[in-house]
Design a protein. Structure first.
Length: 142
């Protein structure tokens, strides 16, 4: 498994993102999982740029497309998962976090970060862009 949390937006450009995708694909065994969490620019276009080191804006759909182009199959794609904040007035007690994770309907209001689980398929990375046929957590197809 490879896990990336709030990392991809710090990359300078899509060429660097492609390098990350290729390296994740390289190190995973077939069937291995690449789990990604990050800010969804669709839901925080202004707040995203408040951080000097944010360079690469991604939506859940652009992430899924990039993963698909690089040979991954996206098994789970949640467009609104966790709140987006580096500072919060809310307490981070483990019980509150557990309650939040058990209440996906709340994600629609507070979630500003995407969550994706992609799987390395047996073949090599694809060379052409494709639109991912990905099932979102809400059951919609992107």
């Amino acid at each position: 498994m490879v896990f990336a949390s709030n990392f991809l937006e710090h990359l300078p450009d899509k060429a660097a993102l492609s390098s990350v995708f290729k390296e994740a694909f390289r190190v995973l065994k077939p069937g291995g999982r690449f789990i990604v969490l990050g800010p969804n620019i669709r839901y925080l276009p202004g707040a995203y740029w408040d951080f000097y080191d944010h360079h690469l804006p991604l939506t859940h759909l652009s992430l899924a497309e990039g993963l698909t182009i690089h040979g991954f199959t996206v098994d789970l794609l949640i467009d609104r998962f966790l709140p987006y904040t580096t500072k919060s007035r809310l307490p981070a007690h483990p019980r509150l976090i557990s309650l939040y994770l058990k209440a996906p309907f709340v994600w629609r209001f507070l979630g500003k970060q995407f969550f994706a689980v992609a799987r390395k398929t047996g073949g090599a990375a694809k060379d052409t862009a494709q639109t991912p046929e990905t099932t979102l957590a809400s059951g919609r197809v992107a």
